[in-house]
Design a binder for this molecule. Structure first.
Ligand code: NAD
Length: 293
């Protein structure tokens, strides 16, 4: 069995996978591969799948499957698995860090010190305590964030049309969430329903001075509408780890809008998470070899 590691995984993973077959990271060997490991960089399009005639299993280290043509993979009899909950802690910590950076004014305060300014008088802060966090999507990552927010004394509400109860969040309709939340954090997969769900229409229904955090997918937010809301002050800050493309086009209006805190899609990139993803990959290969033995 040939296992192609197509994107960046834990350094120790190739050694751990040797017992299942020949492990390579040479993309030129795609045509021979039985199993391919991808993260978000490799785009498993129709053409890509057609150039892998031996392929039986794609393992996506991470959650979102929007880089894989799932319909075509199914048609070709190729199984696709992600490593579902492995990344939840890493991404929730990232979302929490982005959220807490706004009221603490962490980035501005740091920058002022770097510039040699002592801005103690101007740097008035606010708190997370007592504020309402609205989660859009309350699955694995949303739930980990809810736990952290509750520990900070926040009230947590969530819009998630697929679940019927939640251990922490009060489930509310979308418009109610927009109207009540001081902080809104996105934790949905990219689908036809979630693409562009934060646009001028939904932003207009939010509280003035709301903070929006995005560790889900850049395309869930209409960038031009968000930039306009930041310019007008309707949205106090947009803290995002995710982009329309990785990296963003230099023309992205988010790059030049005011009150943006941005990171280069590093939500899942913790050392600990890479180890957890590796553990799930090993389990999936154990199952796969048993089933195909
Ligand atoms: P999950 O499947 O556990 O949870 C997603 C939740 O979204 C589910 O509860 C689902 O019911 C809900 N949902 C689906 N459609 C919805 C809609 N239209 N409106 C509201 N809720 C909806 O997934 P997760 O592990 O929590 O991950 C969420 C997303 O985070 C992933 O799909 C991925 O896009 C993103 N992600 C980003 C990073 C990063 O590095 N920033 C890393 C991992 C995942």
């Amino acid at each position: 069995m040939v296992i192609l590691i197509s994107d960046a995984f834990d350094d120790k993973l190739p050694k751990r996978l040797e017992r299942f077959g020949e492990v390579t990271d040479d993309p030129a060997r795609l045509a021979e591969a039985d199993v391919v490991l991808v993260r978000s960089k490799t785009k498993c399009t129709k053409e890509w799948i057609d150039s892998a005639p031996n392929l039986k299993l794609i393992i996506r280290g991470g959650v979102g499957l929007d880089n894989i043509d799932l319909g075509y993979a199914k048609e070709k009899g190729i199984a696709v698995h992600n490593t579902a909950s492995a990344s939840a802690i890493a991404v929730a910590e990232m979302a929490f860090a982005l959220m807490v950076a706004v009221p603490t004014r962490l980035v501005e305060a740091h920058q002022s010190m770097k510039e040699g300014r002592w801005a103690k008088k101007e740097m008035k802060r606010t708190e997370l305590y007592g504020k309402t966090l609205g989660l859009i999507g309350a699955g694995n990552i949303g739930t980990e964030l809810a736990r952290r927010a509750a520990a900070f004394g926040m009230t947590v509400i969530a819009f998630d049309p697929i679940i019927t109860s939640h251990e922490i969040a009060e489930l509310v309709p979308f418009d109610e969430l927009l109207a009540r939340a001081d902080f809104i954090s996105l934790h949905v997969p990219l689908t036809e329903k979630t693409r562009g769900m934060i646009d001028s229409e939904s932003i207009a229904k939010m509280k003035d001075g709301v903070v929006v955090v995005n560790t889900a997918r850049g395309q869930c937010v209409v960038e031009e509408d968000m930039a306009a809301a930041l310019e007008s002050g309707k949205v106090r800050a947009y803290a995002t780890d995710v982009w329309y493309s990785d990296p963003p086009e230099p023309t992205s209006p988010i790059l030049s809008a005011p009150n943006v805190i941005m990171t280069p899609h590093i939500g899942a990139s913790t050392k600990e998470n890479m180890g957890r993803i590796g553990d799930v990959v090993v389990e999936l290969l154990e199952d796969f070899t048993k089933r195909t033995a």
